[in-house]
Design a protein around this ligand. Structure first.
Ligand code: GLY
Ligand code: MN
Ligand code: MN
Length: 352
């Protein structure tokens, strides 16, 4: 990352130093993937961590010094590092624990802590070419995993078995990790948006919702497809078509200048007008990057304006408790003229 961006934050907030405690922000700024904290001051850049990570921190980042806190703890080492003229420290009030905040306030006498709010998260919202390429690769692995898994979806196979096969496939084909716990939900379980895979065996007539993603070079992918087993009722087909239409209409409108909540509304209105407004509770989508859920989001509350380089999911759903649910999720990148869909898997209803 270009350190000028941190320097700009430091100056605009009129602070002498920035303390990063969120591990994704620390990774974004330094490249270092372990635990610890990052301190940026007018005089130097430091990673503070314990002995498990000191070697890794130096290898992975271009910092001037790695400070080993194993014996003394963070507060004492921070106090030692701070020059006399450092009086105002910007800290991540969104991610630090209250206990640590209390300790810092007590041990770092004479220092004023200023909340950074979402200033660092905002830096991450617009992805550069390399970040987009990594996300594209991660999503490609997801698409391939979806094609692969279709042949295993049949009556008698369990949710857990399919989740494991998806995960094994992604990790065997370039993924370094999963971006979140895989969701495979069938039949009645599919009405729970974040269902945990069970030993339930698939049955004819089930919808199976699969929501999964992986990490490639640190960057996450995220996609969902809902497929049917054997046959579908008229109601299942109609719900599927409403969700698909909601997604397609929202996708069509994505371009720079649109607000996130306007995109959310397009999909939400279609679902509401079809009579299922109270069956779509979650937001239409979220940004994706080093972490699976980033800002901005396609939600009713988020009025951020889209700009090229933002990467977000578009994932409407309808959930009917005790019956079934449908969600379809693509991952897009906002471009100069519209968007590019990073997900290429089929969306017309697949009946296996
Ligand atoms: N299951 C995570 C998501 O789609 O947001
Ligand atoms: Mn997902
Ligand atoms: Mn998602």
């Amino acid at each position: 990352m270009d350190y000028q961006r941190l320097e700009d934050i430091r100056r605009s907030k009129e602070i002498d130093a920035i303390l990063i405690t969120d591990r994704y922000n620390m990774r974004y700024i330094t490249g270092y993937r372990g635990e610890g904290m990052y301190l940026y001051t007018k005089y130097g850049r430091y990673i503070l961590t314990d002995s498990r990570y000191t070697e890794q921190a130096i290898l992975e980042s271009p910092i001037s010094e790695c400070v080993d806190i194993t014996s003394d703890g963070y507060a004492k080492k921070l106090a030692e590092l701070l020059a006399d003229d450092i009086k105002r420290i910007g800290f991540e009030n969104q991610s630090i624990s209250y206990r640590l905040y209390e300790e810092f306030s007590k041990r770092l006498d004479g220092i004023t802590f200023i909340g950074l709010d979402d200033s660092i998260d905002k830096l991450r919202a617009i992805k550069d070419e390399e970040e987009i390429e990594n996300i594209r690769m991660a999503e490609k692995i997801g698409d391939e995993a979806f094609s692969y898994i279709l042949k295993y979806i049949k009556p008698g196979v369990t949710e857990k078995e399919i989740a494991l096969k998806l995960e094994y496939y992604m990790k065997s084909n370039g993924a370094e990790a999963l971006s979140f716990d895989t969701i495979v939900a069938s039949g009645k379980n599919s009405s729970m948006p974040h269902a945990i895979p069970t030993d339930k065996a698939f049955e004819a007539g089930d919808f199976v919702t699969m929501d999964f993603g992986c990490i490639y070079q640190g960057y996450c992918s995220d996609m969902t497809r809902t497929v049917a087993i054997g046959n579908v009722s008229a109601k299942q087909r109609s719900i599927y078509d409403i969700v698909l239409k909601a997604q397609q209409e929202a996708l069509k409108a994505i371009k720079p200048g649109m607000k996130c909540n306007e995109i959310d509304k397009l999909a939400r209105d279609i679902i509401r007008d079809a009579g299922y407004g109270n069956c779509f509770g979650h937001g239409l989508g979220h940004s994706v990057g080093l972490f699976i859920h980033e800002e901005p989001r396609f939600s009713m509350k988020c009025n951020t304006t889209l700009v090229p380089g933002m990467v977000l999911t578009v994932e409407p759903g309808i959930y009917l408790p005790g019956q079934f649910g449908v969600r379809i999720e693509d991952l897009i990148v906002v471009t100069e003229n519209g968007y590019t869909n990073l997900t290429s898997s089929e969306k017309d209803l697949i009946i296996v």
